[in-house]
Structures are given as C-alpha cells and as structure tokens.
Write a protein of this length. Sequence first.
Lengths: 267, 284
Amino acid sequence: MSEQKEISLKKAKTASTKRLIAVIIGLLAFFYISAFWSQEWTVPGSRVSPLTILYRMFVVPFTSLEYLQKFPERILEMLETIAIAYAGGIAASIIAMPIAFLASRNIGGPLSYIGKAILNAIRSIPSIIFAILFVAALGVGPYPGVLAISINSIGMLGKLYAEVIESIDMNMVDAIRASGGNRVQAVWYGVFPQVLPDFASFSIYRFEIDVRASTVLGLVGAGGIGVPLMIAQQQRNWEDVGIILIIVIVFVTLIDKISGEIREKLV
Amino acid sequence: MYNEPPYRVFEPSEETNQNEQEVTCVIEFKNLSLTYPGGVEALKNINLKIEQGEFVVIVGLSGAGKSTLIRCINRMTDPTSGKILVDEEDVTYLKDRRLRKLRTKVGMIFQDYNLVKRLSVLRNVMAGRLGHTGTVKSLLGIFPQEDLKLAMDNLERVGIKDKAYVRADQLSGGQQQRVSIARVITQQPKVILADEPVASLDPPTSHTVMKDLRRISKEDDLTTIVNLHFIDMAMEYADRIIGMRDGEIVFDGPVTDVTEETFEQIYDRPIRVDDKRGDESDGQ
C-alpha cells in the first residue's frame, strides 16, 4: 500500500473495459431490483405480507415461552428424521456394494452393463416418487421413508462405489490370483482394503444428503419432521414453520460439520 | 504339506539316484508361441526344460519376452500355441479349480511387490495361504494355527518377524519385497517365478533381496526362475542363464559358461554401465 508502483497480479484494465463492466453491473442491478419490486410478495391464500411472515417465522418463536416450549417436541421429530436417514443410509451403503462390484468394469466384466443399468434406472427416479409409492403401499409413517431413502441412495452410492473400484490398483488382485486364490478371495483381500475408506467416506456424505432428503419426504407423509412442517404450513402457522426450519438448519449444519471432520480423517 | 498326485509315481529305475533326490523335469515348454492381438510375436517357438531345484535367471532387454515367458508358467498369460508341462502335467488349458491348484504350486514375486498396502504384513503373508484355505473361512479370517505359525516362521526367515503387525505401506521397498518373498513361500510352492524382483530397489537392497531369495530357494529345494536385466546380478546368483531376444532363446547354459561377451551376444550390442546393478557397497 505504501508504494505507488505495486505489482498487480492482473493486467491493468483500460478505461473502456472499466466502463463496459460498470454498465453491465448497472444493468444487472436494475433488472434484479425492478424484478423484486414488481413481484407481489404474498403467499397465495394468505393476506399477510411476506415481511410479517418472516418476522413470525424467525423472530416471534424466540419472544414467547409458549413457543420456546415447542422446541423439544420438534427436536424429537428432527431426531426421527435423522433416524430415517440413518436407517436408510446404512441399508443403502451395504446393498450398494454388490451392485457396485457388478457395475465396475474391472470386476464385473461384461456384466457391468447390467449393474450400470440397474443403478441408472434407480437414479433416474426421484426419491419423492419412491416415497409416494411406499406411503401408498405401506401407509403414513417413517417406514416408507426409510425404504424411499435407501433405494434412492443405492443409486448414487452404487455409482460412486463403482468408480472407486474402477480406480484401484489391480496388481494386488493379480498377486492373489497368482497364488491360487479364487475370485471372491481376490476381491475380499485385494479390493476391499483398498476401497473401504472411500466407501465409508461416500456413505457419510450420502447420509448428509439423506437427512435433507428425508425432511422433504415427510411432506408426502413418509415420517419425520416433514409431516408437522407440511401441517403447519397448511394451517398458516408461521411460528411453527419457523421453529421447524430453525431446527432443520441447525441440525443439518451440525451433521455437515461432523461428517466433514470424520471424512477428512478417513481418506 | 501336499497330497502327492498320482502321476508322481516313478519307475524303479529312475529312483536309483545316489542323492535320493528326484531329478525330475519340473517345467517344460514345447513349441510354445504367443502372439498378442496386435500381431506382436512375444514368444517364438520356445523349447525349454527347467530341472527340479535349479535357480535360473532369464536375461534380456525389456520387450524380449522374459515376462511373457514366465507368466505363461502360472498362466497369468495364455500362449497361442504349444504346450507347457509343470510336473509332467499339461497346464496349457487348465481352468478354474485346476488352474488355481497349479497356481498354489507355482508362486510369483512381482517387481512392485503387489502387497495390499492397507493390510498388516502378516495378513499379506497369509494371502499366500488363500489357495489352500476355503472361501468362507478366508472371508472370516479363520486360518489354522499351523498356517499362522508357518507365516511367522517365514517372516523370521526373511528377517522381518518384528514387523508382522505393521501396515505394509509403512515398510521400505526392500522390506516389502521380503514380505512378498515370505508370502510366496508361505504358499509352499514347488516353483517360484520372480518378475524383475529388484528393479525397483537400490543396489545394496537388491543384493540382500536376491541373497534371501537364493538362500530360501536352495534350503527348500525350490525351482526358481528369475527375470533380471542386470548382468552382474545374473552372474552372481544364477545356476543357469537363459538369454532372450525378440521372443527367442538365444543362449542357454550354466553360469560357468557365461562371460561378458555372452551378454553382448544376447543383447546384440556392447555392454553399458547401466546393464550392471553394481556392488553391495554402491549407492552408499
């Protein structure tokens, strides 16, 4: 700062470039501001203004004991959501393994197309569709949520696992095959030790996604905190909606932080 | 150790050897050829006999077909024509269970050790027992006590028993190659194939590894075939030297017949400094 002739990392801009950038920024700002201005910020079917709604969602719950007392109950429902995500995630991370081995080119061989087709089919169906199907079949509750979460996670985990398997060092597999081991033994001793840390890391990452996903799944009746969220929103009970959202945000942030730390240690 | 297969019944006249050692032909190549799909002829009509207990070094420049030749013996590579006999059994077209049985008899050591780096040394050595262990038991990690003892004894023979529970990637290159020697002898083979076992090691370590390999091979009376391209190491450790060039055997004789001119003939060019690994003191 002290010297005038400081070396800049970037080449100095000419005056005309600077003008052009200013014009572009000005135009963008104009479009955004006018778009916000012309938008009618009301919730359909509600006469309350959006600012009031935000105020009721995120400020009012902290002002009265009546609302603060609701927090523990909602936290329990959040824990149910986490439990749904955990049960679904664990099931998925195990079931995805055999499919991933089938889908990987180096282990599955010519069968890998079948494995990949299964995984692609699963991934192309959104989890909310699975949830609606399972709620219709099994009734409202956490169980259909667990099933929807696990099937959807298998699609993604299977693909990620398969990519890990395809990137391993096949020399170790060769060594075990060369000493008379069979295919299963070669996979167990040569492949598993190499891929397990990555598998674990991806499973934890997927659990993070599952927590968020199972919040949404509650909206169709698949258990967890999504159910009261849906009811409160339909009743225009904005304080309740606010409480639930605050809890979701806090828990998702916490899980994000914890899983990030675990994954860092794994790889 | 092994159930003696029925074909190892010998004629009484053959048993008259004074040392009471069976001098049988362990490995035999008959008109063996291998052409890769691209049209490269890696092996051209190889005829070769390797006797029980010999320590054979195959020399040749890279691309001469040394690796392909020894990988045919345990069928990690399939020849296109001709026959390979191991222990008088035609192994050229073995499949599945019988191929795995062959591979328990023919152990292999690799240039890059091929250890499972995240597993302990002992687990890596026990991987050599997989061919002798049932699938379910090996998945559960249940090995007979005598197998574990064998593995520990073999680690002691290569001088790294104290590293048994250390993760394989914590060891130096020379130690890792010794683990792979321990793994291969824990397999209790009759033949050891070593594909450039010292190419990734420094000169002093190369010598200790080759010494270990030769000592164990002689102690257990194993037929050993080693690929090397260092001429000084070949002359120091081999009983017999086979020279290869362009997929053909261009020299075959006891080490006593070999001079530097022999290598010049095998390599078809003058000997250079980097054809030699150097003394044990080198690199220090």
